[in-house]
Design a binder for this molecule. Structure first.
Ligand code: MN
Length: 440
């Protein structure tokens, strides 16, 4: 899995890629972008630039089915490729952008780099179906303790990766405004519900998982083959209206409290780029049940987890106006997931459900064991009962938050590091809350 494309040493001729926190030469994530005045097309992030893949094809710098699939206006064809074709394209892109590329090749490729800041980024694939898991065990425990102090985890939690079917149509790329939803709210202090703006708007820090090659209806993907069906990763914010959720979710689960908007980071970070940052799945606690055979694979347990640092930042409108730095809400790690991404995929297909290239999973909210790493305000403020302070503004004012207010911006970052390797990141997953529409 680790090859010369992970070598930390080679300088690259794209100056902004040298030591870039997110997009050095060793990452090469795929996305769909529009340059100024142009339509959507496939591209690869490199430093502060985007390599325009259709232009590379036209210039004869790339060829083959994999390059064509990666250049298209939606990346479903690219996601359908298996690991071998994806790795082949990665090797070709690495050679093109490495310092060792011949000067004449560099001269031809340089004009095909677009300034990322000037481009619009899109949801990179047509998402057929979206499934949200609940694999962050610390989050499940924290929320469970709020709702059911006697039995925080349901009996099924350690036997299968719990999930619900989400809504694909409302997934949007990072940077967009997020309209506060209206909905039915019924606090414990009221006898009947009222319809109006959510008062308990929250975020959920999640890993997004892009499905690659699909499976036929009725033909489950065995756990040992599941990793080969995953084509990449992103950050995912499962915005959640806790008051609407608390009233509507029984007995079938989340509905409008989640489906009003989901934000993803727009770059697909491939499993090849993440190869150096694979780690063993954390051992199960003493007394936990053994993994059933259809979800157990020795190789997956030995290297199926991701060592990926996850950061959540909040800025309020007042903080931005005063030029204050963002407030860090948490710093966690994707290692704290109780189930691997391969287990999620194998479980999803185990009853016969077919997946397709471009389907998307959310991992579930990822919380670290300690409060500094909790992945939602529901946990950080103990259900809104313990507001957090955001520091002192220039006029001595102190803002606090139970849940998100209008004008608040939430931004996620993800960074993978390992001694001897170039660190990589996912880019931002950002959204700003707009006031609700006037309720009817
Ligand atoms: Mn979620």
């Amino acid at each position: 899995m680790i090859d010369c494309t992970h070598d930390a040493a080679p300088a690259r001729w794209v100056a902004s890629a040298r030591g870039h926190a997110d997009f050095p030469l060793q990452n090469l994530p795929h996305g769909v972008f529009s340059p100024p005045g142009g339509g959507p097309r496939g591209g690869v992030a490199i430093g502060e630039s985007i390599l325009d893949l259709p232009a590379c094809l036209e210039a004869g710098l790339l060829d083959g089915a994999a390059a064509e699939a990666a250049a298209a206006a939606t990346l479903n064809g690219f996601l359908a490729l298996g690991p071998a074709a994806r790795a082949g394209l990665r090797g070709r892109l690495f050679d093109l952008l490495a310092e060792s590329a011949p000067a004449r090749v560099q001269a031809r490729a340089r004009p095909l780099l677009r300034e990322a800041a000037a481009c619009a980024l899109h949801v990179p694939a047509r998402i057929g179906d979206y499934t949200d898991f609940y694999a962050g065990i610390q989050h499940a425990l924290n929320v469970g303790r709020l709702l059911r102090p006697d039995q925080p985890l349901m009996e099924n939690y350690k036997y299968l990766p719990v999930a619900y079917h989400g809504r694909a149509s409302s997934i949007r790329p990072s940077g967009g405004a997020v309209r506060r939803p209206n909905g039915q709210r019924k606090p414990a202090t009221e006898t009947v519900p009222s319809f109006g703006p959510s008062r308990n708007l929250d975020y959920e820090l999640e890993l997004g998982i892009w499905v690659g090659p699909g499976n036929e209806l009725g033909e489950p993907v065995p756990i040992g083959e599941a990793a080969g069906h995953i084509a990449g990763f992103c950050l995912l914010n499962d915005w959640s209206a806790r008051d609407i959720q608390g009233w509507e979710y029984q007995p079938l689960g989340p509905f409008l409290a989640k489906s009003f908007h989901t934000t993803i980071s727009p770059w697909i970070v491939t499993p090849e780029a993440m190869a150096p940052f694979r780690v063993a799945q954390s051992p199960r606690a003493e007394g936990d049940p053994a993994i059933l055979a259809h979800l157990h694979d020795a190789q997956d347990q030995a290297g199926g987890a991701l060592d990926l640092e996850l950061e959540v930042l909040l800025t309020t409108a007042a903080m931005r106006a005063a030029g204050m730095p963002a407030h860090r809400l948490s710093l966690g790690n994707a290692r704290h997931l109780y189930w691997t991404v391969a287990q999620m995929l194998a479980h999803h297909t185990s009853a016969g459900c077919n997946l397709a290239p471009g389907d998307l999973f959310g991992s579930g909210t990822i919380s670290a064991p300690g409060p500094d790493g909790w992945g939602s305000l529901l946990e950080i403020t103990r259900g809104g009962r313990q507001p957090i302070s955001l520091g002192t503004g220039p006029l001595g004012t102190v803002e606090s938050r139970r849940f998100l207010e209008d004008g608040d911006e939430i931004c996620f970052y993800a960074r993978a590091r390992r001694p001897g390797f170039a660190g990589i990141g996912f880019g931002a997953c950002r959204g700003t809350i707009l006031p609700a529409r006037a309720a009817a």
